[in-house]
Design a protein around this ligand. Structure first.
Ligand SMILES: NC(=O)c1ccc[n+]([C@@H]2O[C@H](COP(=O)([O-])OP(=O)(O)OC[C@H]3O[C@@H](n4cnc5c(N)ncnc54)[C@H](OP(=O)(O)O)[C@@H]3O)[C@@H](O)[C@H]2O)c1
Length: 281
């Protein structure tokens, strides 16, 4: 049995889909949500990283687990790993982030480094996945595209190497089901350096309507982020954005293609497949 946490989220949902055809999988969510896939070998479990008793139930009989946590200030990884060790799980594949390799000491990155160390030292087999920014982050532009055909971002010309979450899921599935990935850390980058402005241009092309790009000031970005995050997280995200603007998030490594046996997906390809998620397409 393979447990997929974050099974209603961007990467976990895709991991679930890819695993379900050939493996027994258990999909974890805090609510009895509609599962990403169904089938004779797919089961669901309601569990919460904040409730250790629920984790023991989720991990019972599990040989490998995909770990996605989203609240870095909470000891979710620690609780999950403790339960995984107690239940005799053999291998944990953790979704981390490439930023841990960057030259930054913001609150979120420091915490992500600690979480990685928890995984390395907990006693199970482990694999760490470190993706760059997900291409799917651009889904957050859907509202303003629908409203007035604009997209906005801080530091519009700053490059990242966005990665298709489906590729991240492919690597996760390999690590969860094949030998040879224990004790390995994979940095997963997309095939091209792209700025937010360039992504907006490609997306507009795919949607058949040019999108106007509006660069946010730092003050505006701070105000917007404050609607969704507490102050330490806001400041960490701004610090990371400044790092990117200074060229600190460049392409590194080609692990993805060699791990999946196929070229990393392009942003245009992702946008083609997700055009229906944006208004007016
Ligand atoms: N976005 C990026 O560009 C990027 C880049 C690199 C790395 N990452 C990393 O990717 C991770 C996020 O992955 P994602 O984008 O696939 O997730 P996501 O789409 O944000 O979904 C979050 C998932 O976590 C589950 N969840 C939230 N709180 C939970 C809790 N207390 N207990 C149990 N489950 C909980 C949610 O399930 P329910 O709501 O159904 O319970 C949901 O399935 C983060 O660790 C982030 O650092 C993101």
């Amino acid at each position: 049995m393979i447990l997929v946490t974050g099974a209603t989220g961007t990467v976990g949902r895709e991991v679930a889909r890819q695993l379900a055809a050939d493996h027994a999988v258990r999909l974890m969510s805090r609510t009895p949500a509609r599962p990403a896939v169904s089938g004779p070998r797919v089961e669901t479990v309601v569990a919460d990283f904040a409730r250790p008793d629920s984790l023991a139930r989720a991990l019972s009989g599990v040989r490998a687990a995909f770990l996605v946590t989203c609240h870095p200030a909470e000891p979710h990884d620690e609780r999950f790993l403790e339960a995984a060790v107690a239940e005799g799980v053999g291998h944990v594949v953790k979704l981390s982030a490439a930023v841990v390799e960057d030259d930054t000491d913001d609150f979120l990155t420091l915490r992500q480094r600690v979480m990685e160390e928890e995984v390395r030292s907990c006693g199970t087999g482990w694999t760490l996945l470190r993706p760059r920014a997900f291409m799917s982050n651009t889904l957050s532009w859907a509202d303003s595209i629908g409203r007035d055909g604009t997209v906005g971002a801080l530091y519009g010309n700053a490059s990242n190497a966005p990665v298709d979450p489906r590729d991240v899921a492919r690597v996760a599935v390999r690590a969860l089901t094949e030998r040879g990935h224990a004790g390995r850390t994979y940095t997963l980058v997309g095939p091209e350096q792209l700025s937010a402005r360039q992504q907006a241009c490609i997306l507009g092309d795919v949607l058949g309507r040019p999108l106007r790009f509006r660069e946010w000031t730092v003050r505006e970005a701070r105000e917007r982020l404050a609607h969704g995050y507490p102050p330490p997280v806001v400041e960490a995200l701004l610090k990371r954005a400044a790092l990117q603007a200074g060229g600190g998030k460049t392409l590194r490594g080609d692990a993805l293609a060699s791990l999946t046996g196929r070229a990393a997906g392009t942003f245009r390809g992702w946008a083609d497949d997700h055009a229906h998620c944006f208004p007016g397409s």
